[in-house]
Design a protein around this ligand. Structure first.
Ligand SMILES: *Cc1c(COP(=O)(O)O)cnc(C)c1O
Length: 400
């Protein structure tokens, strides 16, 4: 746990409560104290005050896409991010549609699984644990199968931390006259997804990622024409995006009990986001976090799965050291004792762990993360953090 002395060494922007470990995870993440404080009152869901909060939330989120022509609208949906992915897929894809899922990790595969539940026809380009789907292979797949109507991609595939080339993919999709749906869960708010730069029909994200709120709802930002067309498509009452949208437009209310405190916290987080400089500043802060943390970890001998070109400013995958004394569980406990919660890896082929760069943290915190990793290696008697040859061979595939 952090001590008072440690805290006084630097002034984070708005530090978490004393004694809380930093969450170096892709959400839930470390939130500002003032965001937590915003939850210290109760709201009536039907009351004008809360309706105004819902309207503000929708308006501010839509504005983050650069939509100046009022072509898009935002619909929040109760639940975690997966709920809003399912809501988007079931509401925006016609029952006789067919989806090309671009998968390079767990979230792409989860979208395919969701389509299975929804009985929507789909096909997958599965790139394995992390290789990026590229525009030319998307174009070829669309040429080969004219029945494909939609393409799904994860913006940042959080399982490896790779930032997928969505601009290139969007060009390929629309050149072939199809529609793009983006899971920008872990990227939105820090990495631009400007509708004037990158064409798409809809994107989804959630409260507890780069806007730095607490978990409890997700949101879809979609073309109004797509929201209109979604009428009657959903298999699910509670995940019906069209119905939620229509009721919100008419009454200003959510259809079923909204997560009122989460919304209040999120609005505070949106105000902080704007005051700090919006998407560009948030992205720059996280990129600095990543650069300081990755440089420090590399200086200790750790190696990243991805080359610098593909590293997102969201979360970074490191190979576990091959040293016989290294065990991830011990490393995790030692890091936690120093005030930092890290994240297990999701690679199927080699052992890895992840360190997140998002949340209320700056480069000073990231330097302390590196120092904690150094000390933890000493305590484990691991004198080299170098990965196995197998891990390095795996990585060479990406460079090829
Ligand atoms: C966090 C995340 C989700 C949603 O996961 P939940 O556990 O349901 O919040 C979906 N896609 C991506 C890329 C994510 O990072």
């Amino acid at each position: 746990m952090r001590t008072v002395t440690e805290l006084s060494n630097h002034k984070p922007m708005d530090p978490p409560a004393l004694g809380e470990p930093y969450l170096l995870t892709p959400g839930p993440l470390t939130t500002a104290y003032s965001v937590k404080e915003a939850m210290l009152r109760d709201w009536g869901s039907w009351d004008d005050d809360f309706r105004a909060m819902t309207a503000e939330l929708r308006q501010r989120l839509t504005a983050l896409t650069g939509d100046t022509k009022a072509e898009f609208d935002c619909v929040p949906i109760q639940g975690s991010g997966t709920y809003v992915v399912e809501a988007m897929l079931s509401s925006l894809i016609p029952r006789d549609g067919k989806v090309l899922v671009l998968a390079n990790g767990a979230y792409g595969m989860r979208a395919a699984e969701t389509l299975q539940y929804l009985n929507r026809e789909h096909t997958i380009i599965n790139k394995g644990d992390y290789m990026p789907p590229r525009g030319d292979e998307v174009a070829a797949a669309l040429d080969a199968d004219p029945s494909i109507t939609h393409v799904f991609v994860a913006h940042c595939e959080t399982s490896s931390g790779i930032l997928n080339p969505v601009a290139e993919i969007s060009k390929a999709v629309y050149a072939k006259g199809r529609k793009l749906l983006i899971d920008s869960m872990s990227a939105f708010g820090a990495i631009p997804l400007d509708v004037n730069e990158i064409r798409y029909e809809a994107m989804v994200s959630s409260a507890n990622k780069c806007i730095e709120g607490v978990p409890g709802f997700g949101f879809i930002i979609a073309r109004k024409s797509e929201l209109e067309a979604a009428k009657g498509r959903s298999h699910s009452l509670s995940l019906d995006v069209h119905a939620q949208w229509k009721v919100m437009e008419k009454t200003g209310q959510w259809r079923f009990t909204p997560p009122t405190h989460v919304v209040a916290a999120f609005i505070k987080a949106l105000h902080i986001h704007e005051a700090e400089g919006g998407v560009a500043a948030r992205g720059a802060l996280y990129a600095k976090n990543r650069d300081v943390m990755v440089a420090g970890m590399r200086s200790l001998g750790f190696e990243t799965l991805l080359s610098s070109h593909w590293l997102s400013p969201i979360i970074v995958t490191f190979f576990c050291p091959s040293h016989p004394n290294f065990a991830f569980e011990n490393f995790y406990d030692l890091m936690k004792a120093k005030g930092f919660i890290i994240y297990p890896g999701k690679l199927t082929v080699v052992d890895s762990f992840r360190v997140g760069c998002i949340g209320r943290m700056d480069e000073h915190v990231m330097k302390r993360v590196v120092e904690a990793a150094r000390q933890s290696l000493v305590e484990m008697k691991v004198d080299s953090a170098a990965p196995s040859d197998e891990a390095l061979a795996e990585r060479a595939k990406l460079a090829a």
